[in-house]
Design a protein around this ligand. Structure first.
Ligand SMILES: Nc1nc2c(ncn2[C@@H]2O[C@H](COP(=O)(O)OP(=O)(O)O)[C@@H](O)[C@H]2O)c(=O)[nH]1
Ligand SMILES: [Mg+2]
Length: 408
């Protein structure tokens, strides 16, 4: 133990080492971490023990999950079934006050028309709605505002498997504070937004301990941290592995890379209540700190739902290219299938650069197994309509029409 720690922290650590049950271990390690002052000299101790902590928590959650699975198959409101062929967007915000929500319910209600929802009332469980945009389904899930509670880890578990996360930031409050609050909770549970995973690979082996290889010139700068990296890999519960590192890693990045619960998700910011006076300045603050041109590159949508008396309807502002942007951010393209019945009016949503073979498999495995060839109808950039005879490996473009010929 480092001499940078207070006597109280050292005592807490030895109590942790003495803990017998999983719950005790977690509680005592959390207490120890709360007693460690956070600065340069302690950042390794903190990172290492945070990794230990999340391993213990993962163990506990696993136990709880298994226990639950054994019990009657009660539907878990925190597990959201995804509509097939849809894009799922989860809304989160920080927790401020019961009566001062960020605008998630208002967004959900106005976009999807879910009726059993009262804006202005705290939502304790996820609420789901769905709407169609150009024949594509968008499923919107409102998560409870993030705050320390027994549900926080379940909310974040949901966020870790969604397609894209929308941070709802209330422009009538300090936006940077809200961002910090949200990101703090997410990082505590090792969920990272608009960031790439550190370039590291871990391959478990049967024996031989932890072998670390620094693969690039930049990676060689980690030389001094090798013992620490080994400790981190072990703390994550792996005893034998080949670890290849391709970049220089900060202490934070070491923690991200070797924590097995780390997840990376695309995210956008929806900046609500842009109709209120004096919100322009807060919007600018968000833009400068998190918008395009910063390292996070958030797309930020300043929105408002305004009642138009003359038309007796709510007008949505600020969402002009919302769905297009989301598809682009998720690297998804639309293609259309053609059969004897004609061209489908619903597009298939597939990853960019999908091949004819991948699409055939997605439609039906018989089309794939019996595949002969496909016709691709494509409008060229000069406006010319073309028909291309294509094999399995042909790469599709957005808006291609595909007609597959199969022996089956
Ligand atoms: N002026 C204005 N108020 C809004 C807007 N969106 C939400 N609100 C208000 O903000 C409060 C909280 O909204 P709600 O949707 O319940 O937030 P949630 O807690 O994040 O679900 C309610 O009183 C809403 O009427 C908006 O675009 N403009
Ligand atoms: Mg709500």
């Amino acid at each position: 133990m480092s001499s940078n720690l207070t006597a109280e922290a050292k005592l807490a650590y030895s109590e942790f080492l003495d803990a017998k049950t999983l719950d005790d271990k977690i509680e005592r390690l959390e207490r120890f971490l709360s007693l460690v002052p956070k600065h340069k000299a302690t950042e390794r101790i903190v990172a290492l023990n945070k990794t230990r902590l999340s391993k213990l928590k993962a163990e506990r959650e696993d136990k709880i999950r298994r226990r639950k699975a054994l019990a009657a198959a009660v539907e878990d409101p925190f597990v959201i079934k995804k509509e097939p062929q849809s894009v799922q967007i989860m809304l989160v915000s920080d927790y401020f006050d019961q009566d001062m929500g960020a605008g998630k319910s208002t967004f959900l209600k106005n976009m999807t028309g879910v009726s059993h929802l009262v804006p202005g009332v705290f939502t304790a469980e996820p609420v789901v709605g769905i709407y169609e945009w150009k024949k594509i389904k968008f499923q919107i899930v409102e998560e409870p505002a993030l705050h320390e509670s027994q549900y926080l880890s379940r909310v974040i578990a949901g966020l870790k498997v969604t397609d894209i996360i929308a941070l709802m930031i209330d422009l009538s409050r300090d936006p940077l504070k809200q961002m910090e609050n949200i990101i703090k909770h997410l990082h505590q549970h090792h969920l990272y937004l608009n960031r790439e995973a550190p370039k590291v690979s871990i391959e478990k082996t049967g024996a031989g301990g932890i072998q670390i290889f620094l693969m690039t010139k930049d990676a060689k700068k980690n030389e001094n941290n090798i013992p620490f990296i080994k400790e981190m890999v072990q703390a994550s519960g792996i005893s034998h592995a080949t670890v290849k590192i391709y970049q220089e890693l900060s202490i934070d990045e070491i923690e991200m890379a070797f924590n097995r619960s780390s997840k990376y998700k695309p995210a956008i910011i929806i900046a609500s209540k842009a109709d209120l006076p004096n919100t322009k300045e807060n919007f600018n603050k968000l833009q400068i700190n998190y918008g395009k041109g910063t390292k996070y590159e958030y797309s930020i949508y300043p929105i408002a739902f305004i009642y138009d008396k003359s038309r007796d309807e709510i007008v949505k502002k600020g969402l002009n290219s919302f769905e297009e942007d989301i598809l682009r951010k998720l690297k998804l393209i639309r293609i259309y299938t053609k059969s004897k019945k004609g061209i489908a009016d619903k597009p298939l949503i597939v990853p960019k650069s999908s091949t004819v073979g991948e699409v055939a498999l997605k439609i039906h495995k018989d089309l794939y197994n019996g595949f002969k060839f496909a016709y691709i109808y494509r409008t060229r950039s000069d406006g010319q309509e073309t028909r291309i005879r294509a094999g399995m490996n042909f790469v599709l473009n957005e808006f291609d029409i595909i007609e597959i010929y199969s022996k089956i």
